[in-house]
Write a protein that binds this ligand. Structure first.
Ligand SMILES: Nc1ncnc2c1ncn2[C@@H]1O[C@H](COP(=O)(O)OP(=O)(O)OP(=O)(O)O)[C@@H](O)[C@H]1O
Length: 362
């Protein structure tokens, strides 16, 4: 399924003119406060009617100004998860979950059990929302949205109200949803870390317009978009597979850039992971360094060198992957870095934080 959107809308003092496609997986809408993300989500949900344009999912037209078509929200088949779960306080978790299903007129017990298992909420079914933690509420809200059998899911900062520990608890469930439902998920977030972990596709919004859109790995490692995402957050995403759990506490991963060793990752051999390698954690050397503690030395070719305010971003081709390094202007000049040069990227095994390791491919 695919969402296609091209809309224009004017509020006093604000003009939205946005177009993009959202394939299955998580399409993250990322941009500053007031850039228009919620307006886009509301237009897809049918909560506002854009002045102009067209929104369709897999050929079903949700809204089209040219023909005057505008499907009301309840006929769109769109699941919506808000910042706060908005569960019905007087209903149990089971009743909240079934409420969504009632709309879809579904009576499929196997599917109910599968979603309950997927979200790990089986033990909560008899409780009321008042007796749930913030993270548990959000998992129930996700379950309710999915059980309504939607064509697509809208999530407007679903983790924003949670502390870091609760966020970390929910992220694996979101990854499973992304990988197992095959639905397009439009996901609004302010957090580059969250976007890097979850997004399949990234749409960068600035002042009502699409600044860049494309596969997450491409957008995240693009020096042109790094200032928007935040330089500290700039980096690459590598698709990796666990090859071996080694005896000294390291995990060996196969990546398109070569083998990478990281501190123990608790997942089975053969598992597919996505690693976020922050540009500020990558060092560059002209010769293969010896006598250093860093375990990962990858031969790479410089693709481009982009000076900016917070240092220089060097985009590197590593096998069939792209890695980004952020170094100082002095180091860039000292190494004489230029496109086409073959150098070595150095990465410490401990520099990839557990929160930067997700499941599934990029
Ligand atoms: N109903 C409305 N009437 C007038 N102006 C509106 C309305 N809804 C949104 N706006 C304006 O449109 C702009 C975009 O708002 P929107 O909520 O889409 O931004 P956002 O990117 O989702 O922001 P945030 O991250 O803070 O939620 C803002 O300037 C906002 O004030």
């Amino acid at each position: 399924m695919m969402l296609k959107l091209a809309i224009r809308h004017e509020f006093p003092g604000f003009a939205l003119d946005a177009g993009f496609e959202a394939p299955p997986g998580v399409t993250a809408l990322f941009g500053k406060s007031g850039s228009g993300k919620t307006t886009i989500v509301n237009a897809v949900a049918g909560l506002m009617r854009p002045d102009q344009g067209r929104i369709e999912v897999d050929g079903l037209i949700l809204s089209d100004s040219a023909s005057g078509r505008f499907l009301p929200p309840h006929r769109r088949g769109v699941g919506y998860v808000f910042q706060e779960g908005r569960l019905f306080p007087h209903l149990t978790v089971r009743q909240n979950l079934l409420y969504g299903r009632w709309f879809a007129r579904m009576k499929d017990g196997a599917r109910f059990s599968r979603i309950v298992d997927l979200l790990g909420i089986g033990d909560l079914l008899a409780r009321r929302p008042g007796a749930l933690s913030g993270g548990e509420k959000q998992r129930v809200a996700l379950g309710r949205a999915i059980l309504s059998n939607p064509r697509l899911l809208l999530m407007d900062e679903p983790l924003a109200a949670l502390d870091e520990a609760r966020k970390a608890e929910i992220l694996p469930y979101l990854e499973r949803l992304r990988d197992e439902t095959g639905l397009p998920i439009l996901y609004v977030s302010h957090s580059a870390a969250e976007v890097a972990r979850l997004a399949t596709t990234i749409v960068l919004i600035e002042a009502g317009r699409v600044l860049a859109a494309g596969p997450a790995a491409t957008i995240l490692s693009d020096p042109a978009t790094a200032p928007v995402l935040g330089l500290r957050e700039a980096g690459a995403i590598l698709s990796a597979r666990i090859e071996a759990q080694e005896e000294d506490g390291l995990t060996r991963l196969a990546t398109g850039a070569g083998p990478v060793w990281l501190s123990r990752i608790t997942a089975a051999e053969g598992s597919h992971l996505r690693l976020r390698i922050l540009a500020q954690d990558v060092m560059l050397a002209l010769q293969r360094p010896s006598g250093i503690s860093a375990l990962n030395v990858l031969p790479v070719t410089v693709r481009d060198v982009t000076p900016g305010e917070g240092g220089v971003l060097v985009r590197l081709e590593a096998g069939d992957e792209v890695i980004l390094a952020r170094i100082t202007a002095r180091s860039t000049a000292g190494l004489g870095l230029a496109p086409g040069m073959r150098v070595y990227a150095v990465l410490k095994a401990v520099s990839v934080a557990p929160g930067s390791i997700g499941t599934g491919g990029p």
